[in-house]
Design a protein around this ligand. Structure first.
Ligand SMILES: [Fe+2]
Ligand SMILES: [Fe+2]
Length: 196
């Protein structure tokens, strides 16, 4: 069955996974001979993640999807609690990363390792998180949620991307920001690294 809310979540995961892959490659490669562009691209990526998935995607999952899944499959309580906890922790973690990146940029290489370690940990955790949602939560939702659940979810996802009151309405600015990051990242990494 084709549920638009489920498709939205999968589409957002795909976009985010591409961004995270690109970020991992940039971090591994380092600033090389264009540090300004390197820091600009990473800063824009972290800003995008803070603005979009951390505030919109996670909120939709925690507030709309997870309660339906918990009702239909109480045995998944621990898994859902872990995913909810991830949402809370990763919002803090992305802010911390922005600070650590600035420290590296402004204070120099003595602060590089702290950023690289934290960024790698963040990327690993985020990847695990999305894999768990894709492999356990979404298939269970597809199997167990009722038509009434899907009707409510699809309507909520379609009409209001922010269930907490429209504070962050759908905004083409996110698309523009994402496009700029892609272009800049390609410019920074050269023709051989088409991460996104
Ligand atoms: Fe999530
Ligand atoms: Fe997700």
């Amino acid at each position: 069955m084709n549920h638009t809310s489920l498709q939205t979540i999968r589409d957002e995961h795909a976009t985010l996974a591409a961004m995270l892959r690109s970020m991992r490659m940039l971090v591994l490669r380092g600033p090389s001979d264009s540090p300004q562009q390197f820091f600009d691209v990473l800063r824009a990526m972290l800003f995008y993640i803070d603005e979009f998935p951390e505030r919109l995607h996670h909120t939709k999952e925690s507030e709309l999807l997870f309660p339906c899944v918990l009702r239909a499959a109480p045995a998944l309580k621990d898994t859902l609690q872990r995913l909810d906890r991830d949402h809370q922790l990763s919002e803090k973690a992305v802010r911390e990363l922005q600070h650590l990146l600035l420290a590296w940029e402004l204070l120099g290489d003595s602060r590089k390792e702290a950023f690289v370690t934290a960024a790698t940990q963040y990327l690993d955790r985020y990847q695990d998180h999305m894999e768990l949602e894709e492999s356990v939560i979404l298939p269970e939702a597809e199997k167990l949620l009722t038509e009434a659940d899907w009707k409510a979810l699809d309507a909520a996802f379609k009409e209001n991307t922010d269930p907490l009151g429209g504070k962050f309405p759908p905004d083409p600015a996110y698309d523009r920001l994402f496009t700029r990051i892609v272009l800049k990242a390609r410019g920074n990494s050269g023709p051989d690294q088409r991460a996104i």
